[in-house]
Design a protein around this ligand. Structure first.
Ligand code: HEC
Ligand code: HEC
Ligand code: HEC
Ligand code: HEC
Ligand code: HEC
Length: 279
């Protein structure tokens, strides 16, 4: 009996001690530092920026210009030097492309000529991702590493950040006078056609430029004023010895027979450029 009382007293004492221990453990500890989710750095590190998901597919396909310009303001803000490193003044030099009749204003940078000059804004609606579809920042080559764009990716070509054949060539190729049945180059024969492409093109291949990076109505308006604007993108500013193989969009008066040169042509513009204003 004595033992039972002593055992019960022992159990109660032990329980009390245990509860006291738990309660003491629950009290706030002075050395305790609660976990707080770290704030993202205000500016990403250089490497984080280089590998920003926006540089790669799929994010780049939906990227807005504003998203790119948040880091790349220099693309629109930089101007050409007033003088070359050897001292030649820019305004005393004329580059070949400045001789086109539509060229206006001072010499300007490549990006500004496509995005902000008056002619660019009137005729075109180019976006960063019209040309930039993502590239491999380290090797600038497809398939260079397991996480690089695959070999099949034609969004850029080796050591470049764009694919010139599917971008530049569209507006900087030769004038294919041969397939138009013209007797020779446009410069030599334009007088015979009143220096106006619409002499023929009012009714030939008249469904054109229905892509979201061109201002189709403004281009037709410019074409009524003469051939210079049309020729500008179809031979007048050719950096290439070849012409682009445009899609041959069916037009109302289209003859049923397809000419041999057009057998392999697509009949509609690239899917990524069809429909809606771009972001
Ligand atoms: C978070 C900032 C950031 C964003 C957003 C960003 N970039 Fe970049 N980009 C960089 C950095 C940093 C580099 C590396 C520059 C270097 O190494 O010279 C770079 C490199 C590039 C290059 C290659 C330059 C070179 O010389 O190799 C291109 C082209 C480019 N970016 C285009 C874009 C486009 C187009 C977008 C939008 C879709 C975009 N960037 C969004 C930061 C950014
Ligand atoms: C007409 C096509 C085109 C458009 C539109 C375009 N780019 Fe580029 N961009 C290029 C080409 C071509 C290069 C040079 C690529 C190379 O060196 O391989 C380039 C180079 C760059 C570079 C590398 C640094 C430099 O200045 O050379 C950056 C960054 C860049 N582009 C960002 C942009 C951003 C941001 C936009 C949208 C505001 C844009 N680009 C729109 C074609 C374009
Ligand atoms: C959708 C049509 C279009 C595409 C695509 C295009 N360009 Fe142009 N490019 C133009 C037009 C229009 C001008 C004249 C702009 C002006 O006079 O203000 C021009 C002007 C130029 C100039 C001279 C402008 C200057 O002052 O520096 C160069 C160089 C050039 N383009 C190269 C390229 C390259 C390289 C690409 C491909 C990355 C390209 N273009 C893609 C239409 C285009
Ligand atoms: C004598 C009439 C004539 C004149 C003038 C003319 N074209 Fe054409 N053009 C044609 C014909 C015909 C075709 C081919 C039609 C077809 O697809 O069967 C053609 C096709 C084209 C194509 C598509 C080429 C391709 O590979 O798919 C372009 C671009 C073009 N012309 C631009 C112009 C421009 C720009 C001018 C003015 C500088 C012009 N043409 C003046 C008759 C003409
Ligand atoms: C700013 C540059 C630019 C100007 C200016 C321009 N074009 Fe084009 N043209 C293009 C591009 C880019 C394409 C290819 C669009 C596509 O992929 O559907 C094209 C396509 C064409 C085609 C083939 C259309 C088809 O789908 O069958 C013809 C024809 C043509 N242009 C004639 C003209 C004529 C005529 C003018 C003047 C009224 C003119 N272009 C002015 C850039 C231009």
């Amino acid at each position: 009996m004595k033992y039972a009382v002593a055992a019960a007293a022992l159990v109660i004492a032990a329980s009390a001690a245990f509860v006291a221990w738990i309660v003491a453990g629950m009290a706030p500890r002075t050395e305790f530092v609660p976990y707080v989710e770290p704030k993202p750095a205000a500016e990403p590190s250089y490497l984080q920026a280089v590998y920003s998901p926006l540089h790669f597919r799929p994010a780049i396909d939906a990227a807005t210009d504003a998203q790119c310009l948040a880091c790349h303001r220099e693309v629109l803000e930089d101007k050409v030097r007033a003088a070359s490193p050897s001292g030649l003044k820019t305004d005393s030099l004329r580059a070949g492309y400045q001789e086109t009749p539509t060229y206006a204003g001072e010499q300007d940078t490549f990006h500004r000529r496509h995005l902000v000059t008056p002619l660019a804004q009137r005729l075109m609606n180019l976006r960063c991702n019209t040309c930039h579809q993502g590239h491999e920042p380290r090797e600038e080559a497809q398939g260079a590493a397991a996480d690089a764009p695959p070999q099949a990716d034609a969004g850029f070509t080796l050591r470049k950040q764009v694919n010139p054949e599917s971008t530049c060539l569209k507006c900087h190729g030769q004038f294919p006078w041969q397939l138009m049945g013209l007797p020779g180059p446009w410069e030599a024969h334009k007088a015979a056609f009143a220096d106006n492409c619409l002499t023929c093109h009012a009714a030939i291949r008249s469904k054109r430029h229905e892509v979201n990076y061109l201002n189709a109505a403004a281009i037709e308006q410019a074409g009524k004023e003469g051939a210079d604007a049309c020729f500008g993108c179809h031979g007048g500013r050719s950096w290439y010895g070849i012409a682009y193989s445009y899609p041959r969009t069916p037009w109302p008066e289209m003859p049923a027979e397809v000419p041999a040169w057009a057998k392999d042509r697509p009949t509609r513009s690239e899917a990524r450029f069809i429909g809606g204003a771009r972001p």
